[in-house]
Design a protein around this ligand. Structure first.
Ligand code: KG4
Ligand code: ZN
Length: 338
């Protein structure tokens, strides 16, 4: 089955064609980096307007790259839940139009479920159940994942991990988005140069809080920044990144132990982080866990993951109708009775 995926929940306008939930035939992503750099972050209304301008071209490009036409598409999957409401509306309106005009099955996908399926696209052998850390600019969550059922074990109480990367990079004048810049610079730095707090690492739950870490970094360097002094940027980047990585790895593996699973998946934009990948892999080997990461191209927002998640939902008989509506914040499908 050829599924057209559409993703517009934040600042990427994306469309993809995926066969049988497994094979990516095309994946087109139009980023809004020019707008991000201009405003220093996502402006919801501006992002939504850009989606409106681009969505038709992006869908056409996804078809053109494969030599397919709409006649070949057999279902449309779209991110409907979790994201900026105006942005979600653009993708859902486009998907509904295609579904109606072509009489195609329509399926709504939760953005986080999409990230989870990004890892399944890269590793079809990920076992169920497993523990999944979904970590990006908008969310930091530990989930217990069974096929199509999700139990939220913990989430961030304030900033998401990616948001902390973005805010620290902005404070240090490194540009946007901060994650990739800090990741690159940290490779030249000493991760033990500064001892930043590891918020909630020892707390008896799976929640996170990255706002305090961000404030600790800012408080330590705001004087020198205000005076325009040169800073040891690589050491700050490496030490900050190490604090985030310690917390993410420590809490996720503890959840895996307590839930009795031997497989862990890490998804979302921050799962592209090279130090996070290395630390998880090393700790997993040491403690007997298999750790799965998506291919780098599938870590950040894309529509292939939405098509893959949509295909699985269609297989489970979870289709939507034209009354499909968006929700900016929504729980994932829960466990039976949960
Ligand atoms: O999944 P995503 O594209 O969008 C959301 O759903 O939020 O994630 C974007 C986030 C940004 O905060 C970005 O700074 C972060 O992922 N990110 C990274 C890296 N690449 C992207 N963070 C750390 N290291 C990276 N290499
Ligand atoms: Zn995302």
């Amino acid at each position: 089955m050829l599924v057209l995926g559409i993703e517009t929940s934040c600042d990427e306008t994306a469309a993809a064609l995926v066969a049988d939930g497994k094979e990516i035939l095309s994946s087109v992503i139009a980023t809004q980096l020019d707008l991000l750099r201009k405003y220093g972050g996502v402006v919801p209304e501006v992002a939504a307007r850009r989606h409106t301008e681009l969505i038709g071209y992006v869908v056409q490009e996804a078809l053109d790259r494969t030599g397919k036409t709409l006649d070949d598409v057999e279902a449309v999957a779209v991110t409907a839940w979790q994201g900026l409401v105006g942005c979600l509306l653009v993708g859902v309106a486009a998907a509904k139009s295609l579904s109606y005009a072509r009489n195609l099955p329509l399926v709504g996908v939760h953005h986080i479920e999409g990230h989870i399926y990004a890892n399944r696209l890269s590793h079809p052998d990920i076992p169920f159940p497993h523990v999944c850390l979904t970590v990006s600019g908008g969310h930091t969550m530990i989930l217990y994942v069974d096929e199509g059922r999700y139990e939220l074990l913990g989430t961030t109480l304030d900033d998401a991990a990616g948001e902390a990367f973005d805010k620290i990079a902005k404070f240090l004048g490194m540009g946007f988005p901060g994650g990739p810049v800090i990741d690159k610079l940290a490779r030249e730095g000493n991760r033990h140069a500064f001892r930043f707090p590891r918020p909630m690492l020892r707390a008896n739950n799976y929640d996170f809080s990255f706002s305090g870490l961000k404030t600790a970094v800012i408080n330590m360097f705001k004087g020198p920044v205000a005076r325009g002094e040169a800073l040891p940027l690589a050491d700050i980047a490496a030490s900050f990144q190490e604090a985030v990585v310690d917390v993410l790895v420590g809490k996720t593996l503890r959840a895996a132990v307590e839930r009795g699973v031997d497989a862990v998946s890490v998804t979302g934009g921050v799962s592209a982080n090279s130090r996070l990948r290395a630390a998880f892999t090393e700790a997993g080997q040491r403690r007997g866990f298999r750790v799965f990461f998506p291919d780098l191209s599938l870590c950040t927002d894309n529509a292939a993951m939405i098509a893959a998640a949509g295909y699985a939902k269609i297989e489970r008989g979870e289709q939507a109708g034209l009354s499909l509506d968006v929700l900016p914040s929504a729980p994932l499908p829960g466990r039976a009775g949960g």
